[in-house]
Design a protein around this ligand. Structure first.
Ligand SMILES: [Zn+2]
Length: 236
């Protein structure tokens, strides 16, 4: 990491912080640093003459609510509509409205083709994503649970805001459909995590060992969700 740059954890969100020095500044100045593709938006902290980096960081922490709200404003919202670009397994796909009367959704190469009335397009695409998520998540859950010698309870696909997946004490497993927009390895990690809870209901060392044994890149999956997960909630 370049000098004068760091990453700060604000309410679970990794925020890039860049420092500038300005001897004529009278106080510490915070402003948002907008990244063109929205993925690396952060904060710029201008420090007056003798003010240390620690004081700058303290101010960012103190203003965390403001920083997070501004960053949220900067994150673009993508609506499911003709021409919108949305990820499927982390690959951009263009939504295209086609002229056939009957309302169906088909997957093309780099495209999601939607027919029927435009007023139903967003709902059709959302339903299609949910079905796609279901089709990918169910077999993964079953395979991973079998590897642990467990039978999963009910697997449901929802639009959960705060968690990507969870596992109840009776083994029911709800997942967020938005995971299907993330890389396949990230989806795989979330499934592995929740399936490991069929055996270990805590986040102790044995839990992490089991979760790791069920997926290829656990750390990469966790990291990706921390950095990009929020963006998935702004689509559709
Ligand atoms: Zn967990």
């Amino acid at each position: 990491m370049a000098p004068g740059e760091t990453t700060l954890d604000l309410a679970g969100k990794q925020v890039a912080v860049r420092f500038l020095r300005n001897r004529r500044a009278r106080r510490i100045i915070l402003r948002l640093d907008q990244d063109p593709d929205g993925a690396e938006n952060g904060v710029v902290v201008t420090l007056p003459g003798r003010t240390g980096i620690k004081e700058g960081l303290d101010l960012v922490r103190e203003k965390a609510d403001w920083v997070l709200a501004r960053l949220d404003d900067l994150t673009p919202r993508v609506v499911f509509a003709d021409g919108a670009v949305v990820p499927l397994s982390d690959v951009d796909h263009v939504i295209r409205h086609t002229s056939e009367k009957r309302g169906v959704v088909r997957l093309g190469i780099g495209e999601i083709l939607v027919s029927g009335g435009t007023e139903h397009l967003a709902r059709r695409v959302r339903d299609w994503f949910r079905a796609e998520a279901s089709g990918r998540i169910r077999p993964l859950v079953c395979d991973k649970a079998a590897a642990l010698g467990r039978t999963p309870g009910r697997i449901t696909i929802r639009d959960t805001k705060s968690r990507w997946g969870s596992c109840s004490h009776d083994g029911n497993l709800p997942f967020c459909w938005r995971l299907v927009m993330a890389p396949a390895s990230v989806l795989d990690y979330v499934v592995a995590h929740e399936v490991a809870h069929l055996v270990e209901h805590n986040h102790g060392p044995e839990f992490w060992r089991l979760a790791r044994s069920l997926t290829e890149d656990m750390d990469g999956g966790r990291d990706w969700l921390k950095r990009h997960g929020e963006r998935l909630h702004r689509i559709g």
